[in-house]
Design a protein around this ligand. Structure first.
Ligand SMILES: Nc1ncnc2c1ncn2[C@@H]1O[C@H](COP(=O)(O)OP(=O)(O)OP(=O)(O)O)[C@@H](O)[C@H]1O
Length: 267
């Protein structure tokens, strides 16, 4: 296997994406670029279109207009498994694994990378056994990277909520993605678990050089981790910029706080 050869991650480019559900425009000409190796946050109030955007990026939803490209490859009309095979992995906001051990879950994630056929695996041919061992070793490394190393052989059902949610993150990393789509990675966690997960995201980004797109309601986390932020409201992009820029943007304050300016807010 040559899974760990560092390859410069490609940019993920979203151009003029529109998605309509019956009478509702969930995304209205949304554009942004997640630069190679950057962490790009997608934020906005409830119903702004963030999940719809992730569904477009991961192939679960076909846009009515617009394109998504990864480097030179257009993803827009590809099936989710083809997009995953091109190196775009996703975590889901509401999925928290409860079955099997951490190792079992991570090996499920490695399954897509397996080259040995079913017969070779069932017959335990030496090549299949070697491959299995290499996958297990890599799964253990990913568990270490995500702070789950000491839980590798533990049943997931016995872990804390924060650790279980990080199993989902580790499973996505087992695909050796070039782009990671993180959908509310700290939702439901307590303060200590949030801080731990923020450290993990920071570390794995430095270690693996991934391009990360993050949807998260925890603004403290977004502001600490993101290089760039795109703000959606009612399916439209209302601001782009660094965390400091969007934090002071009057449109963003209006969308989140229902006020026009910081001065009005302070008044
Ligand atoms: N399958 C669907 N059918 C009809 N409407 C939908 C569908 N999916 C999303 N919507 C609508 O599209 C809009 C955008 O929803 P979306 O879930 O993308 O927002 P969001 O920013 O992710 O919100 P939240 O922060 O609450 O998760 C909402 O008005 C939602 O009700």
């Amino acid at each position: 296997m040559n899974d760990r050869t560092p390859v410069a991650p490609p940019a993920l480019d979203v151009r003029d994406v529109t998605v309509r559900f019956a009478g509702l425009t969930a995304l209205d000409g949304v554009s942004f670029t997640a630069a190679p190796g950057s962490l790009h946050a997608l934020i906005g109030p409830n119903g702004a279109g963030k999940s719809t955007c992730f569904n477009v990026l991961s192939g679960l939803c076909r846009p009515d207009a617009g394109t998504v490209t990864l480097g030179d490859t257009e993803l827009t009309r590809l099936a989710p498994h083809r997009i995953a095979a091109l190196g775009v992995a996703r975590t889901f906001q509401n999925i928290v694994t409860t079955q099997g051990t951490v190792a079992d879950n991570l090996m499920l994630g490695r399954h897509a990378k397996s080259r040995a056929g079913y017969a070779a695996s069932a017959l335990r041919l030496p090549s299949a056994v070697r491959e299995q061992r290499a996958h297990l070793a890599r799964a253990r490394e990913i568990a270490e990277l995500t702070g789950l190393g000491h839980h590798f052989d533990s049943p997931v059902g016995l872990l804390s909520y924060g650790d279980r949610k990080r199993v989902e993150l580790a499973r996505a990393l087992c695909l050796e993605p070039r782009v990671l789509l993180l959908d509310e990675p700290v939702a439901g966690m307590n303060a200590a678990e949030r801080a731990r997960t923020a450290d993990v995201v920071r570390e794995l980004r430095a270690e693996l050089g991934l391009t990360i797109v993050l949807v998260e309601h925890d603004m403290g986390l977004v502001m600490r981790l993101a290089d760039d932020v795109t703000v959606l409201d009612f399916g439209r992009t209302i601001a782009h910029g660094t965390p400091d820029e969007v934090r002071q943007d009057p449109e963003v304050l209006r969308a989140y706080l229902g006020t026009g300016t910081q001065e009005e807010e302070a008044a």
